[in-house]
Design a protein around this ligand. Structure first.
Ligand SMILES: NC(=O)c1ccc[n+]([C@@H]2O[C@H](COP(=O)([O-])OP(=O)(O)OC[C@H]3O[C@@H](n4cnc5c(N)ncnc54)[C@H](O)[C@@H]3O)[C@@H](O)[C@H]2O)c1
Ligand SMILES: O=C(O)C(=O)C[C@]1(C(=O)O)C=C[C@@H](O)C=C1
Length: 293
């Protein structure tokens, strides 16, 4: 159990960390930090009992913290580490929740010149399309995967503490290289978001826009739910991981061109084979991986 948990960015994920940590007794006191423009969200977080106190001053926020969780958009990591740097403590463990991990290591290198041995990058593979503390839920991470991406110099004690913390929040923890993480998540999370944003962008610009959305039913809603996600967060993720995302967009172009050609040629057999392969693959993946524990 930590004495003071400090959450930097008390939004959907940071708020869910705080809510769950409280219920699971992982911290005696939970505080939040944000900028002036985060004041209303922080006030709400306190009012909802998600945090005990909040600070707009970083020194006050981390003064007694033995665990700091950075839960802000990935584009802000360097700025947040820059604020933390003068108050960095060897007695504290630091973790984050960013959707891209290479960018977090790069931010640490840029700010410190190295990755501090007590900074243990993490990524919970759980979330939703909403933002802010009002969307935070206790139990968000239960039975969900969480990837930790340590580096060669990561302190074993800090790693063990952070791993135990995330396990205490209910996550099923895996360890992997940040580069590998970014390559896997580009395919399973970032590309689907690009696709959903692209589809709604395309349809939204069509003249018959209102007609299209009027008759949209379950399939459209299922496919495009994630296009309701925060554009600030997703522009940051896509920019941070473009090296991995760009080749996947190219592969998808090839796949769409294949389906276009099959349809144009009335090649029912190959069209069926393509859809049947995808259906079987999805069923197999769900069966194998839907429940990690
Ligand atoms: N939403 C998801 O499904 C999901 C899942 C896993 C990981 N993540 C990652 O979690 C992080 C947070 O995402 P979220 O969905 O909780 O977003 P959110 O918008 O709900 O919360 C982010 C919070 O950070 C605050 N903030 C922004 N910039 C800040 C700064 N410079 N200093 C202090 N506070 C700042 C915002 O006001 C907000 O309260 C992102 O890095 C995202 O990649 C998101
Ligand atoms: O369910 C959603 O809405 C999500 O976008 C969650 C999701 C995902 O793509 O699965 C989004 C970003 C994360 O980094 C992890 C999880």
């Amino acid at each position: 159990m930590f004495n003071t948990l400090c959450v930097i960015g008390v939004g959907l994920i940071g708020g869910s960390v705080a809510r769950t940590a409280r219920v699971q007794n992982l911290a005696a006191r939970i505080v939040g930090f944000g900028r002036d423009q985060d004041l209303a969200n922080l006030q709400l977080a306190k009012q909802l009992g998600v945090i005990d106190e909040f600070y707009l001053d970083i020194a006050a926020a981390v003064a007694h913290a033995d665990c700091v969780v950075i839960a802000t958009p990935v584009a802000t990591t360097a700025a947040v580490l820059g604020l933390l740097k003068p108050h960095w403590s060897a007695e504290t463990v630091y973790t984050d929740v960013g959707s891209t991990k290479g960018s977090v290591l790069a931010a640490a290198e840029a700010v410190f010149g190295y990755v501090p041995d007590n900074l243990v990058p993490a990524h919970p593979i759980a979330g939703g399309e909403q933002s802010g503390v009002s969307a935070a839920v206790e139990g968000l991470f239960a039975h969900k995967r969480l990837i930790i991406t340590p580096v060669a110099g990561t302190d074993a004690g800090a790693l063990a503490k952070v791993q135990a913390f995330w396990q205490g929040l209910g996550s099923v923890v895996s360890l992997m290289d940040a580069q590998h993480h970014d390559s896997v998540l580009a395919a399973t999370s970032h590309l689907p978001h690009v696709l959903a944003f692209a589809l709604v962008d395309m349809l939204g610009h069509k003249d018959e826009q209102s007609e299209i959305f009027k008759y949209a039913a379950g399939g459209f809603k299922d496919f495009t739910r994630i296009a309701s996600s925060d554009p600030t967060m997703w522009a940051a993720i896509c920019t941070a991981n473009k090296q991995e995302i760009l080749p996947l967009i190219e592969q998808l172009r090839t796949e769409l061109a294949k389906i276009h050609a099959l349809l144009a040629a009335d090649d029912y057999a190959q069209l069926f084979a393509t859809f049947a392969y995808a259906q079987t693959a999805r069923e197999r993946f769900l069966e194998q991986f839907e429940r990690p524990v």
